[in-house]
Design a protein around this ligand. Structure first.
Ligand code: 6PG
Length: 242
């Protein structure tokens, strides 16, 4: 288990490095079995990542896409993480719909979680209380050090046994559906892509403050035995001492 960090010239370079890292892991997995699983995050940073993934002209046969989290909005809503991926990755890369396992966020949040968890259980052929091991999880981080839809002080940050949950993010007044820490930590590999000076304080805290995921959710995986690789641009890394 390891935590690695790559500091790149700018956001485009960080996205490109993250894309190459993810594609190498998918290729490695597809050399051993006929499918691979990749869970994507949303927000704005992934726009650059998706462009790099499309430009790589990768053969997506067998790669199954899932989501780390989703806003509780229909799939055609501009805030939808699925819409972002559909517009910038799935469509341009020609990823077949049967390989896309979106969160049905048009449903009531608790129903959306139930449907999503059932789809994950079925795909991963999980036993009761077993967690899915995604081959690759791509995460981002907010300026408040949130990751997925796990925001500071979220009680579910201590949940290590459930796959996903619906939660109301008070500060945004938004319902979200998110994978929970147990699932995030169970991943074979995690790539965290963070860019922009507005994230610098949170990046410094995540790497240099004491381990406290309830305060800094993006620390999940940093000290609890996961393989986490960070891709930062100079702006996001500017306050790092080490
Ligand atoms: C979301 C994401 C979230 C994201 C961070 C960073 O649904 O918003 O999954 O966890 O990774 O908020 O977002 P930006 O890339 O927009 O800064």
């Amino acid at each position: 288990m390891s935590v690695d960090r790559h500091i790149c010239e700018d956001a485009e370079a960080a996205a490109e490095a993250c894309a190459q890292f993810i594609l190498a892991l998918l290729k490695e997995t597809l050399a051993t079995r006929d499918y691979a699983t990749l869970a994507l995050s949303g927000g704005s940073t992934p726009k650059l990542l998706f462009k790099s993934l499309v430009d790589a002209k990768f053969k997506w046969d067998g790669v199954h896409l899932f989501w780390v989290d989703e806003r509780a909005v229909p799939p055609d809503n501009p805030r939808s993480n699925y819409k972002l991926a559909s517009d910038l990755l799935i469509g341009p890369a020609g990823i077949p719909r049967q390989q896309v396992h979106r969160i049905r966020a048009e449903l009531h949040p608790t129903a959306a979680v139930e449907v999503y968890v059932e789809e994950i259980r079925r795909f991963f052929k999980l036993q009761q209380r077993e967690l899915p091991k995604f081959d690759v999880i791509q995460r981002g981080m907010g300026a408040d050090a949130h990751t997925a839809s796990l925001f500071p002080s979220e009680p579910l940050i201590t949940d290590r046994k459930n796959i996903a949950a619906a939660l109301n993010v008070a500060k945004l007044d938004q319902w979200r559906i998110t994978l929970l820490p147990g699932t995030l930590l169970a991943a074979h590999n995690t790539a965290v892509l963070v860019a922009g000076e507005d994230k610098a304080a949170a990046v410094r805290a995540v790497f240099e403050e004491s381990f406290d995921p309830k305060k800094y959710p993006a620390q999940l995986g940093m000290r609890d035995g996961a393989n986490v690789t960070w891709f930062l641009d100079q702006g996001a890394a500017k306050l790092l001492q080490g």
